[in-house]
Design a protein around this ligand. Structure first.
Ligand SMILES: Nc1nc2c(ncn2[C@@H]2O[C@H](COP(=O)(O)OP(=O)(O)O)[C@@H](O)[C@H]2O)c(=O)[nH]1
Ligand SMILES: [Mg+2]
Length: 404
């Protein structure tokens, strides 16, 4: 029988991850606001790559700068010079910006359109100046005609009271905007004793996710780093789909060897989840995760002993009758593998786990334990948990031993 090597699988998963990243359409965000309101700080804290510091700015017009980074599917259209000086300057900027937005739309290419606009106003400025109101109204007049969502972001909102009153003031204007969202992109030191904690980026992220076109949602979820829940939700949906596919394939004979657990659907699942989290993983890391969950390093994945031991943990499976596992068992295995992978990547994103830790003996043991806990969850025939999820506690001493 052809053996199924973890290295080969890791290779296939790397290819699936590459494919996922390549297929992401570029997300285009336009950011407007006066110099010093905190546009760069906001951009740097919303996305996993610090575009505003190190991104290569390319002048699109004398007022608009396009910031991009190689191999990162995000483009920021920054307008550093929005000073709202004389009326001529304002009119020229308005013309430039609307021209740029219209150009994208007439291209017919979703990757070239502006998908969302953030209009930034600094909360400490305390008031919504008439010139700014007029500019915003003229601008919204253009953007609502062409249907691009505009979010007003109140930056540097270390005073929540000031943010509330400025929000009320702007809302009074009844502008055709998505929402007014107060944020503090970075902790703000008010004095030696008091530091205002950063807030609001998770809310902003959720709102953006709701208004951008479907075609770039995947990209946004991948490149944003402000809202982990959005990533988790998307990843869980991917797992649910993969588990249903596994269930639908029906009874699967064991040993799986080159079939079953890591069929193309599962490989795609791992690839898609990785893209959602926007993490760059090396082959060695994937290999470590695989060996800690469904196989042992360097040997055939899912030899009969390993499979039997894993299956014993699954409530719906129990024993393996006649050397065949049911669709429900395949679904449960797929769901547990996907959920274990989400748990690990979420920890990496939260900074609780370092990518390098994954490959250590301790890391692998921890991953094995997470997987085992998830296998034990009672699920329906499609792999959906039917009891409240077991909390994968860090201090579980009953760790899972993988047999060779
Ligand atoms: N602590 C803190 N400082 C901020 C925040 N937003 C902006 N700043 C500071 O305000 C100044 C101007 O911000 P910047 O992002 O360069 O503004 P831009 O000109 O609109 O791009 C910088 O010194 C930032 O560090 C924030 O959310 N928290
Ligand atoms: Mg800037």
């Amino acid at each position: 029988m052809e053996s199924f090597n973890a290295g080969d699988v890791a290779e296939k998963i790397m290819a699936a991850i590459q494919k996922e990243y390549k297929e992401l359409k570029t997300l285009n965000v336009m950011v407007l606001g006066k110099t010093g309101v905190g546009k760069s700080t906001l951009i740097n804290n919303m996305f996993s790559e610090k575009l505003a510091d190190t991104g290569i700015g390319k002048p699109v017009t004398d007022k608009i700068r396009k910031i991009e980074k190689p191999d990162f599917p995000l483009a920021i259209y920054d307008t550093p010079g929005l000073e709202l000086g004389g009326q001529n300057v304002v009119n020229a900027l308005l013309a430039d910006v609307t021209e740029e937005i219209k150009k994208g739309i007439s291209s017919g290419d979703i990757g070239k359109m502006i998908h969302c606009i953030w209009y930034c106003i600094s909360t400490p400025s305390h008031r919504f100046e008439q010139t700014e109101v007029d500019f915003l109204k003229a601008f919204l007049n253009q953007t609502s005609l062409i249907n691009v969502p505009v979010i007003v972001v109140l930056t540097q909102s270390y005073s929540k009271a000031d943010a509330r009153s400025l929000t009320a003031e702007i809302e009074k204007e009844n502008l055709p905007i998505v929402k007014v969202v107060p944020v503090l992109a970075e902790d703000y030191e008010i004095d030696e004793e008091y530091v205002a904690k950063a807030f609001g980026l998770d809310t902003l992220s959720e709102i953006i996710n709701n208004v951008i076109p479907e075609a770039v949602k995947k990209t946004f979820i991948a490149v944003q780093c402000a809202n982990l829940e959005i990533k988790k939700r998307r990843a869980q949906a991917i797992v649910a789909t993969a588990a249903i596919t596994a269930a639908a394939t029906g009874a699967i004979p064991i040993p799986f060897s080159d079939a079953a657990l890591l069929v193309p659907e599962q490989i795609t699942m791992i690839g898609s989840i990785t893209a959602v989290f926007g993490i760059r993983l090396e082959k060695g890391t994937i290999y470590a995760i695989l060996s800690a969950t469904i196989g042992t390093a360097g040997t055939t994945i899912l030899g009969r002993t390993v499979v039997s031991n894993l299956l014993k943990l699954i409530p719906v499976a129990g024993s393996v009758a006649g050397g065949i596992i049911s669709g429900a068992t395949a679904a449960a295995l797929t769901a547990a593998l996907g959920e274990a992978y989400i748990t690990i990547l979420a920890r990496v994103v939260k900074g609780e786990m370092n990518v390098k830790d994954i490959s250590t003996a301790k890391g692998k043991k921890e991953i094995a334990r997470i997987f085992k806990d998830l296998l034990k969850i009672k699920r329906d025939n499609n792999g959906t948990a039917i009891e409240s999820e077991i909390e994968t506690s860090a201090d579980n001493t009953n760790s899972f031993e993988i047999n060779d």
